[in-house]
Design a protein around this ligand. Sequence first.
Ligand SMILES: *Cc1c(COP(=O)(O)O)cnc(C)c1O
Length: 383
Amino acid sequence: MTGGLPFLDAVPFVDLGAQQAEIVDEVLPVWRAQLESAAFMGGPEVDAFEREFADYLGVRHVIGVSNGTDALELAYRAVGIGTGDEVIVPANTFIATAEAVSRIGAVPVFVDVDDDHLLLDPDAVAAAITPRTRAIVPVHLFGQTAPMEQIASIARAHDLVVIEDAAQAQGAASAAGRAGALSRVAATSFYPGKNLGAAGDAGAVMTDDAALAARVRTLGAHGSAVKYVHDVVGVNARLDAVQAVVLRAKLRRLDGWNAMRRAAAARYAAMLTGLDGVRLPAVRPGNDDVWHLFVVRVDDRDRVAAVLAAAGVGTGIHYPTPVPFTAAYASLGYRRGQFPVAEAAAGRILSLPMFPHLSEAQQEQVVGALAGALRRTTERIAS
Ligand SMILES: *Cc1c(COP(=O)(O)O)cnc(C)c1O
C-alpha cells in the first residue's frame, strides 16, 4: 500500500442528479399529458414559463428559444446588427457569445477582462470602439454581473446597444436588478449544466421593449408572425414544450439552489483561505453572485488538475484558450499580448466542483486533494 487514503467516492465536477430527483414527480405527469395529446409546439407550458421567468427577472417579455446561442443571434439581429458591424465581446467567454455575432455576418471585436473578476473591462471596451461598432456584449461570467453601469455609460456616449449574455447568471443580481434585466435586450441559455437548466437544449431572450420582443419571436419562427406569411428570412429557434415543463419546475427552486451554491462558495472560501498558492475568486461590490462556477487560479494548473483527477476530483477550465486565439477565429489575426489578463488567466484558472447539492464532506475532499497537489508544486519548484 502506498498512501493511506481511505476509500473515498469521486467528487464529480457537476452532479445534477439531486436536482432531477426533486422535480421528477412534478415533471412526469405533465410530460405524459403532452405525449398523449401530442402538444409539443408552443402551448400553455411555454406561455406559462415565459411569463413566470419574466416575472422572476422583472422584465416585460421573455421569448423562449431553442438554445443560448440562438438566443444571442436573435437578440443581435433584432436590434439591427448585420453584415460588417462590429460587436465588442470579452476575450474570456464561451465561444457562443462571438459565434452568434459571426453567424449574422458581423465581426466580433475581442477585448480584455479585468484581473480581479475576469469580467469585461470597461476601459478595454472604450479603447476598442470604432465608427463601425454597433453593440457591446457584457457576459455575466461564472455567475456574477458585469460592470453594467460603466458599460452603459460608454454605450450612451457612443450610441451603442448593450446586449447581456446572461447564460451563466440565472438569478444573479446587482443593485440595478437581475442579470438579464440590465440591458435593452438580453440572452440566456438553459443548457442542462446552467444554474437554470433544461433536459436538453433551451434558451431565452429577454427585453422590456414590446416591438423588439415581437421581432425576436418572428425571427425565431421562420420570419413569420402569422402562419405561412414570411416577412423576413428567419430561423427555426423555438422552445420545445417538453423543456418548458422542466424549466417551470426548476425555476420554482432556483433561488433555493442558488442559495445552496452561495453556501458552498462560502465554505470553499473558508476552507481555502490561507492555503498558499490559491487565488480565490472575488465578488464585485454590490453583486449577488450565483456561483455558476467556482474558479480559482493556481500555478502549474494542468498538473494540479491531473493530480485532482487522479484523486477522483473533477475540475473544468473556463476557458483554456481565449476565444480570439481559437482556430475558429485565427483569420481575425489577433496576436499574443493583446489580452494580457485573459491570456495569463487562461493558463491558471481552474474550476472546482460546484453544484447546489455539493456537500461539505465533498468539499473537504476537494480541498484536501488541492492542498496535496499544491504542496507538490511547491516542492518541485524548490528542488
Ligand atoms: C452556455 C453559454 C452560451 C450558449 O448557450 P447554448 O445554450 O449552449 O447555446 C452562451 N454564452 C455563455 C457565456 C455560455 O456559458
